[in-house]
Each structure stands twice: as structure tokens, then as C-alpha cells.
Design a protein around this ligand. Sequence first.
Ligand code: CU
Length: 317
Amino acid sequence: MNTAAKLGSYVLGLAVVFGGALGAGKAVGPVGAPPAEDHSAMAAPTASAGHGKHVMQQAKSDTPGGLQVSQNGYTLNPLTTTIKPGEPTDYRFTVTGPDGRPVTDYQVEHDKKLHFIVVSRDLGNFQHVHPTEAGDGVWSVKLTLPSAGTYRAFADFAPTGGSALTLGTDVLVAGDYEPKALPQVSRTAKVDGYEVALDGDLTPGQASKLTLKVSKDGKPVTDLQPYLGAYGHLVALRAKDLAYLHVHPDGAPGDGKTKAGPEIVFYAEVPSTGDYRLFLDFQHEGKVRTADFTLGTGERPELPAPAPSEHGDDHSH
Ligand SMILES: [Cu+2]
């Protein structure tokens, strides 16, 4: 499959969840997103080029990723059922396709065939790992889940010839546990001597620009390193049900306009009001770190009322 086709398939996956994000990105100017013709080509046949509205409506009716263990004929099958707290475990699973067989052909997205995210149900612990597949469709990854409780695992992938999917399953770690409250809303995160400040608001149903600024010892970091093809990877999870929204940065390393920090810009579209947890992976000085935030949304904007006749010149028929 050629690069354009790969990109196209990947864009389809994004468009399903972030149709509005791509549309709005287009409206505000070049954002390193694929050209409009790719976008329209991959959108539903009814979505004519340039009419982001159609794509947006499609996105709104769509179920967010990560809530289902099976979707579009693809099913995530955990093979490891027992995990003890704090013990490194070889976690194994398959993804079966519409023919019932383990999938072995995947498209590479951000340098990997499959991204695997594991979070504790209280959203305090987050791990983004990359399992390996031995050729028989069985994936495995070394996981250490720190304490007893319920976790959620997400497999984020695109089968060759199919669209991008995120399947989710529960992972149980036996033992006593005390449920913890969601970490408090915060726009700054500290990790390993770095401080990451988050600017921007999540507005349900709209592409929301989020700017994350990375500093170390009070100084802006301007030499972030590309990690999996981007200066940052942001995962957004809806607090109440762990709906999974993989957000992507505006621009890519080497595109001639995206700087290596201190700011990383993302466009995210969240489907509803409520609290979200955001996890940013970034790489500096050879090490990947994760900054985490809790962010509430603004209100869902009112649907535009039918244009009154005195403003009849600003809408089209
Ligand atoms: Cu990944």
C-alpha cells in the first residue's frame, strides 16, 4: 500500500472521531493536516468537499473509541487473565478480524502497528506501551500494574485495508483497593523536573485548540525530540466512562514550520460535557515522560438558531 493510501486510511479513522477537528483546522488555515481532497475523499460519500458540517454531524452520532471490545468485526481477545499487583506480567492478547482469525497485517501509525494504553479506572495511573507481535497474531507486552483494582486497556490500531479502531477491555488486578477520587482539575503538571502548562478549553462538539508548554527549571524547552513521529502524543479519556480520544498535534517534526517546543499544539474534540483526563507523552534528552491533567469542559454551545431575516446575507441555501 502506498503512503498516500496509508495516510488516507488513517485519516478516515481520525475523521470518524475528529471530523469536526479536521474541518475547523482547515477553516483556520494550514495546520499540517492532509490536503482537503484527501479529507473529502475519505469522508462519507454524502459529505461533499468543503462542507465540514456533514462530517461533523457524522462525528456527533458516532460512538467514541475504546468503549467496546468488538467493533466493525474486529475483537480484542485478552489471553492473560491474572495479574498480581506490582509484579511484571507478560500480558498477551490477539485481535481477531471479521474472519475470526487473529489479525497479523496492520498499518503503521506513528511508527507502530499497535499502540496499547493501560489506565487505572480512577485515572491515576497511565501507561502507553508498544506490544510486539511474533507473527502469529499474538501480541505481548511486559506490564506492571502497581496496585489492586480495575484497569482499562486500549488497543489503538488500523488493520491493513480497514479503518483505525480503538478497542477496550477491562483488566482486573486482585486484592484490596480503595477507589480514589479523580485528580483535581489542574492546568499545570509536574514530572521529573519538568513543568507543563496547558492553555485552551475543551468545548464539546467542537475542535478545541490545546497548547501545552513544556519548561524545565523555569526555562522553556526548545529542543523536544520527536517521539513516534511527533513532538507530543496526547490521550484524552472521558472520566465517567473512559471513552478514548487519541488527539494529534498540529504539525510534525521536519515539516518546516513546527518548532521543537516549548509549545505543542493539539486539536481535540470531546463528545460531551464533563471531566476529562489528559495524558501528554513527550520526549526530551532521550527520555519519554508523561504529564497528566484533569480538565472540565465548557458548556456545549447552543445549536445555531435559524438565521433571522436581517442577517439573511450570512447563510447559504
Ligand atoms: Cu503508541
